[in-house]
Design a protein around this ligand. Structure first.
Ligand SMILES: [Zn+2]
Length: 290
């Protein structure tokens, strides 16, 4: 076993945003914090990410890095805010390491280009701000993408076709494992990440409700997201302990009554712990024997 007690420092998860592209007063855009001995690791940076991180007690300077699952707008909406605040609030250069699928470097460079006017204003105005934002980007497909302080992150390809490439992540520390699936249908890459994981944070949609609504633009989301049942089957097939349903479409009100049908659908295919994500909810791996 690891040199430290597995119950502390335990890896744990804070849901920063449990929403989707659709603006929702209760749910910020997709973003998840994983707290580890290597620091606070941010996965995706949807609408309102820094507001929610602030509410969770994590300032932009405290982030160890950003990992993107894919480049759909709702998962990267506030990349510009992260880049600007990480740069403009720092007392010394403190680049934010950014990891994501192929295409991430272009997105970051284009976002910096979009910010050029503001960068010029601030460089001209603040005498002690003498450097530009320059965040290093690593593009990944699979394998170990981070290894430090007893914390390891693995990536694997997921299936969000026709959006390509996309990746999921598995964060390991002290015998614990958390998986960030991102947007995907069931696939072998996700299965490999999920094997015996303690916590799986999984994007889900409800086909039964979306078909009732019947809007073509909404119906289109069904073919490249997992239903609640599919996410539950992925969790069950791979021996996951806790399944966190997030990126909920159409989103329930954050009440037990509205969330219960989501739990019931998942429970029909999965016999572990089921959590319907709310913004700022914290999920800690269950105590396990061994
Ligand atoms: Zn997506």
């Amino acid at each position: 076993m690891a040199a430290f007690d597995v119950r502390g420092p335990a890896v744990h998860v804070t849901i920063l945003g449990s929403g989707s592209p659709l603006p929702d007063p209760n749910r910020a855009g997709p973003a998840t914090l994983v707290h580890t001995s290597a620091g606070a690791l941010l996965f995706d940076c949807g609408r309102g990410v820094l507001m929610r991180a602030g509410a969770a007690g994590i300032g932009v300077g405290a982030l160890r890095g950003l990992w993107l699952t894919h480049l759909h707008s709702d998962h990267v909406t506030d990349l510009n805010d992260l880049i600007t605040m990480r740069w403009a609030m720092a007392m010394a250069p403190q680049p934010l390491p950014i990891t994501g699928p192929v295409g991430t470097a272009d997105l970051v460079r284009r976002t910096e280009a979009m910010l050029e006017t503001d960068i010029g204003y601030r460089l001209a105005h603040h005498e002690d701000l003498t450097w530009r934002p320059d965040d290093p980007v690593t593009e990944v497909t699979d394998g170990v993408v981070f290894d430090d302080a007893g914390v390891r992150i693995l990536a694997a390809p997921t299936d969000h076709a026709p959006v390509h490439p996309t990746v999921g992540y598995r964060i390991e520390e002290g015998g614990r494992a958390v998986v960030i699936a991102g947007d995907t249908v069931p696939c072998s890459g996700l299965d490999a990440l999920c094997r015996d994981a303690d916590v799986l944070v999984h994007t889900v949609v409800r086909p039964d409700l979306i078909e009732l609504i019947g809007l073509p633009r909404l119906l289109d989301v069904l073919d490249y997201h997992s239903s609640v049942q599919q996410a539950a089957e992925t969790a069950q097939r791979n021996g996951v302990a806790t399944l966190v349903l997030t990126h909920l479409v159409p989103a329930p009100a954050p009440t037990e009554a509205d969330e219960q049908p989501w739990v019931d659908q998942a429970a029909a295919a999965f016999d572990g712990t089921i959590v319907v994500a709310r913004d700022l909810a914290t999920v800690t791996p269950d105590e396990r024997d061994g």
